[in-house]
Design a protein around this ligand. Structure first.
Ligand SMILES: [Zn+2]
Length: 74
């Protein structure tokens, strides 16, 4: 991936995460959204991160279910 992380204009990974989880402040939301309009790299990053978060949530659910099953003595 040819992404110049030295560019201070790219939102941080944490900012993208907050964006996906709707934890952004008004200002941050505005900045990140504006950035996406002209930076395809970050749109790709966002899509990747979204997939990761979805998989992560899915795993958490499976683990929770498993623990529930085990606790139930099944
Ligand atoms: Zn960018």
């Amino acid at each position: 991936m040819l992404l110049d992380m030295a560019d201070p204009n790219h939102p941080a990974e944490e900012a993208l995460e907050r964006f996906l989880l709707n934890h952004c402040s008004e200002t941050e939301l505005c900045e990140v959204e504006t950035h996406f309009l002209h930076c395809e790299d970050c749109v790709n990053r966002l899509e990747l991160l979204e997939t990761e978060i979805t998989i992560f949530k899915c795993c958490l659910e499976k683990v929770a279910n498993l623990q529930f099953t085990m606790a139930a003595g099944a």
